[in-house]
Design a protein around this ligand. Structure first.
Ligand SMILES: Nc1nc2c(c(=O)[nH]1)N[C@H]1C(S)=C(S)[C@@H](COP(=O)(O)OP(=O)(O)OC[C@H]3O[C@@H](n4cnc5c(=O)[nH]c(N)nc54)[C@H](O)[C@@H]3O)O[C@H]1N2
Ligand SMILES: Nc1nc2c(c(=O)[nH]1)N[C@H]1C(S)=C(S)[C@@H](COP(=O)(O)OP(=O)(O)OC[C@H]3O[C@@H](n4cnc5c(=O)[nH]c(N)nc54)[C@H](O)[C@@H]3O)O[C@H]1N2
Ligand SMILES: [Mo]
Length: 767
């Protein structure tokens, strides 16, 4: 039996003479995801990269000829031997002329599941052997939380997977307020692999048991259960105003849990002073908030009453709330609200970050300790907060603020990317495309001709997981899977490992890089190393037996997980990892940075691009995670088409907004603002609040210069804003964006996103 594993699940793989590849759900998966089948049609279609390819203009520029822009050029295919020679020569040149700091290998992205073939780890391991590179910090998922939570509550990463478990919620929670919902579409995913999907089952069990769910979100679909669920549509990016008003009104009603505040928090008085208007003369009452949020005062008082009556209240704050202007604030304000309610550390109560943002959240399995590929040490200390890439390329040598430090942008001459797609994930892509022209060389490893590949100078073709062996072991999932090689590499593709081994040879470092291990030996090394970390009664089975069976399930933990239980039980013995050891409702450290956009306590900041500040662009664009794929991955397969119409992304719009613009269902429209424009197909719906539109992310970028359309396929990142959350975290702010929409009256252009670029055979003297 052959299995493969992906971030979206585990599948049995059959190969059929007639039908080709067939991926079947893993029999132990309670709720398998459709996403996996997308690879059946994608792994070998026209978008597949077969050979190492060099951009024509880059090769010619080396011979001092013309320079056509990245993204608009033809490619020339070369042999691996020539590719290794050219790439290693270029890296040597850049290092010797400009130093290692001039190489940017932040290379953010999700790559594929599989502990050995992790693209970024190989890239780091290789470049560290050469002296290092400029790296990136934090993520696109929740950068603002990664930076602010250590000041307020402690290390964010420890908290993510220590979230109070679903069983604890089902048994104990009375009221669950979900800011940004609990979107089941997102629970399909877990980084590193999923054995069995649990979110839907747990969510419905809790709802049927009587937990009262309230979905505070612009989209109804963000939280739907089989039980009773109330939807309160709130304007995007206004959650903080609602949270502050709830804090104020609860406190005014004498509902503050004083014991909790005294014992477990610092800075309450300063925070309450702000709510009472001491610093700005504005009382943060329900009255004040209702205009900002777009719901009436009564609805806010109903929420206050719901909380008052509730025996046990849980707040869930979705990760999307961090990906907005001042994205530090929703998490801080929610922690303040949970502290006033005082249910933190009690079964089913308190706060949880992003239920169903991934399958593993709220899952109460043992963490399976596991070893990773050693990546060595980066001798270069230079880094950027990951979402500042365009600014870095535009402004080498200039300084910027980050979490209390002044940093300087490096002068990047070479970009090396493996396992991510910046033309998917970054905001304001037109700005990025311009900035992307600055470096002398861009190298990427990809398996498909997406916009990253098309905007590279050197594209080295990688295998997909179907073409290599690996082991999937996500420390937060009880299943470990042996990922079997099912088919031979397509074209001349090689794994990232083989590519870097080939390059390392050119530097005389092959044995150092490979440690003389084959792929299979590395997998066994990871298995044995991980096994050595298991407790005695939880040792893995014999490796050959595991391989034969294809999977292994670690024994379950029985006790229910309650977030921050140890701290609540014994705050002196188990203090939080914050400066005071307590929850910081006022942070002296943050206040000492003197940032006007992130002061010492949770605060409402209204200066941003949202419905409270409309210009000629009157609709708030959300670009949430797609239901039928992971980001841009497998957009070139048939499953992703479920979320499109005639191959184009769908924009969901409220009936009233559509009528006001003379827009009807299934119409192709132009969505635009001053940053760019894209085409999309209209879906009119009562499940999105007035004033808000949504285009799921992930459509491969498909610009059409002749018509001045930044993307004819519907990539929302040509519209989104590339501004940091604040000086504190400098995180991405995709969910803060205003647009307008109009009917597209011209001939609808063909989607060419999946076409390969023009490829020419090499001319002997060209290389
Ligand atoms: N507007 C908007 N933008 C967003 C978001 C949003 O909510 N709205 N969300 C953001 C978030 S949370 C995230 S995490 C990012 C995600 O951004 P990314 O993680 O960059 O997106 P992916 O499409 O997963 O990119 C992974 C790339 O790796 C390639 N790949 C897969 N396997 C391998 C391999 O083995 N080797 C190599 N070399 N390559 C491989 C795939 O083909 C793909 O191009 O997007 C962010 N962007
Ligand atoms: N199927 C699928 N699942 C995924 C992914 C994927 O690409 N596809 N990506 C994975 C990754 S990398 C991540 S980080 C997680 C992300 O998980 P989330 O951050 O939860 O992802 P989103 O879908 O962007 O946001 C969830 C909802 O938040 C709402 N929202 C946006 N802004 C606001 C706001 O200001 N206020 C309120 N109240 N609601 C708001 C939107 O309506 C949106 O549908 O998902 C993971 N799961
Ligand atoms: Mo993410």
């Amino acid at each position: 039996m052959k299995f493969t594993a992906a971030h979206w699940g585990t599948y049995k793989v059959e190969q059929d003479q007639e039908r080709g590849l067939n991926l079947l759900p893993f029999e132990h998966d309670k709720d398998p995801s459709d996403i996996g089948k997308g690879i059946e049609s994608a792994f070998n279609n026209a978008s597949r990269i077969h050979k190492p390819a060099f951009r024509k203009g880059w090769l010619e520029q080396k011979k001092k000829q013309i320079n056509i822009k990245r993204g608009e050029d033809e490619f020339i295919e070369v042999s691996w031997e020539d590719a290794f020679e050219l790439v290693s020569t270029e890296i040597k040149r850049v290092i010797s002329t400009h130093g290692n700091e001039s190489i940017y290998a932040g290379s953010y992205g999700w790559a594929s599941a599989g502990r050995f073939h992790h693209a970024q780890s190989h890239l780091r391991r290789f470049l560290n052997l050469l002296g290092g590179y400029t790296y990136s910090k934090n993520t696109y998922s929740y950068a603002a939380a990664e930076v602010i939570i250590p000041h307020v509550l402690g290390n964010f990463y420890n908290f993510l997977f220590d979230t109070t478990s679903w069983e604890s919620i089902t048994d104990n929670t009375s009221l669950l307020l979900a800011f940004g919902g609990i979107p089941l579409k997102n629970g399909q995913i877990s980084q590193g692999g999923v054995g069995s999907h649990i979110q839907k089952d747990y969510l419905n069990k809790a709802a049927l048991k009587g937990v009262k769910f309230i979905n505070l979100s612009p989209l109804k679909a963000d939280l739907e259960t089989k039980g009773h669920t109330k939807w309160i549509a709130i304007k995007p990016n206004t959650d903080v105003a609602l949270m502050l008003a709830l804090c104020y009104e609860l406190n005014r009603a004498g509902m503050t849990n004083k014991d909790f505040i005294d014992k477990y928090t610092v800075g309450f008085e300063k925070f309450i002073g702000y709510l009472n208007g001491l610093s700005d003369g504005i009382i943060k009452s329900a009255d004040w908030a209702s205009n900002i949020i777009g719901i009436n005062k009564k609805a806010i008082f109903d929420l206050v009453e719901d909380i008052q009556k509730s025996e046990r209240t849980m707040l869930s704050v979705s990760w999307s709330l961090t990906r907005q202007s001042h994205g530090e604030q929703p998490y801080w304000a929610a922690i303040a609200l949970a502290s006033i309610i005082g249910d933190i550390g009690k079964p089913g109560g308190g706060i949880g970050f992003g239920y169903s943002a991934m399958n593993s959240i709220g899952n109460h399995y043992n963490k399976i300790p596991a070893v990773s590929l050693p990546v060595g040490k980066n001798s270069i200390r230079k880094f950027i907060p990951v979402a500042r890439i365009s600014e870095m390329l535009e402004r080498p040598g200039t300084s910027f603020d980050y979490n209390g430090s002044k940093l300087t942008y490096p002068d990047i001459r070479l970009i090396y990317w493996a396992g991510g797609n910046p033309f998917h994930h970054h905001q304001d892509l037109n700005r990025m495309i311009k900035a992307w022209q600055m470096p002398e060389t861009v190298i990427s490893h990809e398996w498909c001709w997406n916009a990253l590949a098309k905007h590279s100078d050197i594209v080295l073709p990688v295998t997909t997981p179907l073409e290599r062996n690996d082991i999937a072991l996500a420390p937060r999932d009880p299943y470990m899977i042996y990922m079997s090689k099912v088919i031979d590499p397509i074209g001349e593709s090689k794994s990232d490992y083989e590519i870097f081994a080939g390059l390392a040879e050119k530097f005389g470092l092959e044995d150092t890089y490979t440690e003389k291990r084959t792929e299979k030996e590395w997998i066994k090394w990871i298995y044995d190393g991980s096994n050595a970390l298991q407790k005695n009664n939880q040792k893995f089975p014999d490796f050959e037996d595991f391989k034969k069976k294809g999977w292994y399930k670690s024994p379950e933990r029985l006790s229910q997980q309650v977030f921050l239980k140890e701290f609540i039980e014994a705050p002196e013995k188990s203090p939080l990892d914050t400066p005071s050891g307590k929850i910081e409702l006022f942070s002296k450290q943050i206040a000492s940075f003197k940032y006007s956009d992130c002061v010492g306590h949770p605060k409402w900041y209204g200066e941003k691009e949202y419905l409270g500040n409309v210009t000629k662009y009157k609709l708030h664009l959300l670009s949430n995670q797609p239901r039928f794929k992971l980001h841009s991955q497998l957009d070139n397969g048939h499953v992703a088409a479920n979320e499109k119409l005639d191959g184009r992304a769908i924009v969901e719009i409220n009936k009233i907004d559509a009528e006001a613009r003379g827009i009807s269902d299934n119409m192709v429209v132009r969505v635009f603002n001053e940053r760019g424009s894209c085409l999309a197909v209209v879906k009119i719906s009562g499940n999105i609040m007035q004033g808000v539109v949504n285009i799921p992310t992930g459509a491969w970028l498909d610009p059409l210069k002749s018509s001045d359309i930044s993307c004819v396929h519907g990539n929302p990142n040509v519209l989104t804003n590339d501004v940091g959350t604040s000086k504190l975290a400098q995180g991405p702010t995709a969910h803060t964006c205003l647009v307008e929409i109009e009917q597209f009256n011209k001939k609808v252009p063909r989607i060419r996103a999946f076409d390969p670029p023009k490829i020419t055979a090499p001319n002997k003297d060209e290389i």
